[in-house]
Each structure stands twice: as C-alpha cells, then as structure tokens.
Design a protein around this ligand. Structure first.
Ligand SMILES: Nc1nc2c(ncn2[C@@H]2O[C@H](COP(=O)(O)OP(=O)(O)OP(=O)(O)O)[C@@H](O)[C@H]2O)c(=O)[nH]1
Ligand code: SF4
Ligand SMILES: [Mg+2]
Length: 406
C-alpha cells in the first residue's frame, strides 16, 4: 500500500449485480474509463468478485465490485451466486444491471427485495439502451415495477454514464450524512482533546487509522484537535484557556481519563464513535448489559475482523476473557474466530464480543450485527465492553445520547 492509498475499509463499496451478460463488467469499464474488466458475449465471463478501487469525486475513495452474473445454473453456478451474494454483505450502494432488451424479470425483483431487506441503497441500470427503440416506454414500464432510481445507460457508447455517477454520488451523500463520525457532535472553532496512549501495543512512529480518521473529521468541521497522552491529560486541560467541547479517549485509558476530566467536560471514546458510525450502537450497548446475566456453561464467541498479528497479552484472546471471568465469576467457555468470514453457527453463543472492525466497512459490520440480532444472540464490541466493565459506559454515551441514542 502506498503512502497515500486508502485502506479498503474506508472506501465506499459499490457492488454491481445482475443477470449474466447484462453488462456489469462493461459498466465498470465505462465508469472507470478503462478496459480492465474482461467483457465478452459469453455468459458467465466474470467468475469471482473483482474489487476495483477508484476515486469518484466528491465521494472520494470507492471500490467497484464486479460480481459473477446471478441466476446462474448448475453446481458451479451456485458457488458463484453465493460469492456474489457475499459481496452484498459488504455493499454500501448496490447497482442492479438489467439488459434493456430483456427487461426486469422476477429474479431482479427478488434481488431488489434483498437490497431492501438489508437496507442497502440501490440504483437500477437499464443497460444496452442503444438497442431499444422506445426508451420512454421501457422507462415508464420499469417505474411501475420498482421504486428505486432508474438510469438508462449504454456502456457501449457511454450514454448515461455521467448521470449514473451523479446518482451514485447522491446516494453516497445520503449515506454519509446519516453516519457521521464526530462532526455532528461538535462545531466549528471547538476544542477537542484526544487522548492517545502510547504503549507497547501502539504501532511504531504513527497513529492508527481510527485516530487519523477522527482527527480528519475534526479538521473538516473547522474545529481544533489537541492531542495528548493519558499521563499528560491533567496538564493539557489545565493549560487550556477554555473548556474543551469533548474529550475523546482510547478505551484502554478510560479509567484514568474519566478520573482526570472534570465532570462538566463530556468524554467519549474512539470505539464508541466508530460503533455509532460503523455499526448499530444501540444493539452493541444492549449487548454490554448482558455481561451480568451470563450463567455457568455459557459459550462466548470472540470475533475479530482480520487475522492481525497477535501479541502475548492480546486484548481479544487474553485480556477480555480474563476480565469477564473476573467480573462474572462464572464458568464460561470462550471460542475465537477471525477473518473475513463470520461463522454461520452463532446461535449456540450467549454473547458475541466483536473487535472494533477497523478493517471492515460499515455494511460488513452491520451484516454481522443483523445476523446476531436475528438469532437473538447479544453482540457487543471491545470498546463498549471495556467502557462497561470499567463503569464508564454511561458517561461516555452522554455526548451521543443527546443526539441519537435510544
Ligand atoms: N449493445 C450493447 N452491448 C453491450 C452493452 N454493454 C455490454 N454489452 C455487451 O454485452 C456483452 C456482455 O457484457 P459484459 O460486460 O461481459 O457482461 P457481464 O454482465 O459482466 O457478464 P458476466 O460476467 O458473464 O456476468 C458483451 O458482448 C458486451 O460487449 C451496451 O450498452 N450495449
Ligand atoms: S480491530 Fe478488528 S479489524 Fe481492526 S485490526 Fe483489530 S482485529 Fe483487525
Ligand atoms: Mg462480467
């Protein structure tokens, strides 16, 4: 990854779905202005999902995901369909590509139902419009069948591509204003104090991505970020001429930060901000409260979003199980999973404790939370759990409660 490249987790994931041969790969080539995706008139040309990073201004970094055609046939077809549907689990905006000469079929409608069930914003593309003599009739017929925006496109001669881009931009804008990090909690010219412990676990010579993202959001709002370690927080606060609007701390320093910050200064944590932006904060907070209802024999799943290098006293594999055992005094079994696939077999757990999901995008994390919710398995993340165990969860939710919690 180059110095300026954007990690996948921060990119808006735009998934292209639809029947084989409808022109998904051709549309990606037309949007990106490149011929990178293989296009052919043989149905089933794209077999595995292909991720194509690109910049769409003003959205910023995106990734276009080309999928194998759906409604495929045979055993191999089933595998491909599952892979394409798996892409849907991490899709922020879905593009459903329909061949205009074929029109919208029941399979397309059932895919739209899936998008609606998963609350994924979507756009229907009537591609190969160059082959249709009366575009208006097709459009009005299609509008009777679906409620989402419909764009007529010809990937072949680039007709409608700019309109499609604008429609993607509008959907992304709606998504991003719904899910802000910190900008809706602060105002221009506010002082925000960030507490970043530099311990053994901190990477050498840099800040981690969530910290960088919060700083960027503060700067974008026109506010000022003052950064300190937990050991120098007291002095930092004493040296400020005015009261900061908010103190944002790393979860692990919660104890000390909450002791050293006067009660009239609100505190929250990076994890809580990300749980709000990237997940379902209400559901994760509810999950934290189930800790004290755990019983002997209960199974707990510790789930991590990637297979990062673990240290001896790793938080997920070591510290959290120890803290929970100490708190509950129950005989509990811990199981662990990590990586891009989330175990299907989650019904047997009494609680799922998930990592901060920094390498996952919002859609992927929401999908995991929904899976747990549907099976009535409580789910919490590391940061919220730590705040709860340290008795500072209520205080750290205060700045957000005023906005949108419960
Ligand atoms: N006339 C016309 N042909 C198009 C258009 N878009 C794509 N095609 C043709 O349709 C065929 C299928 O295009 P692809 O882009 O490979 O379709 P796909 O949906 O990616 O297909 P699979 O990967 O097999 O699922 C190719 O022969 C394209 O040249 C278009 O707008 N107009
Ligand atoms: S928080 Fe989760 S996704 Fe991020 S590095 Fe840790 S294990 Fe991976
Ligand atoms: Mg293709």
């Amino acid at each position: 990854m180059s110095l300026n490249s954007t990690p996948q987790s921060v990119r808006v994931h735009i998934g292209l779905f639809g029947k084989r041969n409808s022109g998904k790969s051709s549309i990606i080539n037309a949007i990106t202005n490149q011929k990178a995706a293989i296009v052919s008139d043989i149905a089933g040309t794209t077999t595995d999902p292909v991720f194509r990073p690109m910049e769409i201004l003003p959205i910023g970094p995106c990734v276009l995901i080309d999928t194998a055609g759906l409604y495929d046939v045979g055993e191999l077809g089933k595998l491909r369909i599952n892979k394409s549907l798996d892409v849907l689990n991490k899709t922020d905006i879905a593009l459903l590509v329909v061949d205009s000469t074929i029109g919208i079929k029941k399979e397309d409608l059932s895919l739209i139902k899936r998008f609606n069930d998963k609350k994924v914003p979507h756009i229907l593309i009537l591609n190969k419009i160059d082959k249709v003599s009366d575009k208006e009739i097709l459009l009005s017929e299609s509008n009777k069948l679906v409620k989402c925006p419909i764009i007529c496109v010809s990937a072949l001669n680039k007709f409608g591509i700019d309109k499609l881009k604008q429609c993607i931009i509008d959907s992304a804008k709606e998504e991003s204003t719904n899910f802000r990090l910190v900008s809706d909690l602060i105002d221009e010219n506010d002082f925000i104090v960030l507490v970043i412990p530099i311990d053994k676990a901190a990477p050498k010579g840099r800040l981690i991505l969530p910290q960088q993202q919060v700083i960027r959001d503060i700067l974008d709002t026109g506010a000022m970020a003052i950064i300190t370690k937990e050991t120098t927080l007291k002095e930092t606060l004493a040296n400020l001429n005015s009261k900061p609007t908010l103190v944002i701390t790393d979860s692990q320093a919660f104890d000390q930060v909450s002791k050293d910050t006067p009660l009239d200064i609100p505190i929250t944590s990076f994890s809580i901000l990300f749980a709000r932006q990237k997940g379902d904060l209400n559901e994760l907070v509810k999950g934290a409260y189930t800790i004290d209802r755990l019983k002997d024999g209960d199974k707990i799943l510790i789930a991590e979003g990637c297979t990062h290098h673990r240290q001896k006293d790793d938080i997920g594999t070591y510290k959290i199980p120890e803290w929970i055992k100490e708190r509950t005094k129950k005989d509990l079994t811990f199981e662990f999973t990590s990586g891009v696939t989330f175990t299907e077999d989650i019904a047997k757990y009494s609680l799922i404790i998930h990592c901060g999901a920094c390498m996952m995008n919002r859609a992927a994390m929401i999908n995991r939370i929904e899976k747990a919710k549907n099976l009535n398995v409580p789910i919490v993340n590391y940061g919220i759990l730590i705040a709860y165990l340290k008795g500072v969860l209520d205080r750290s939710l205060e700045p957000i409660k005023a906005k949108d919690l419960f």
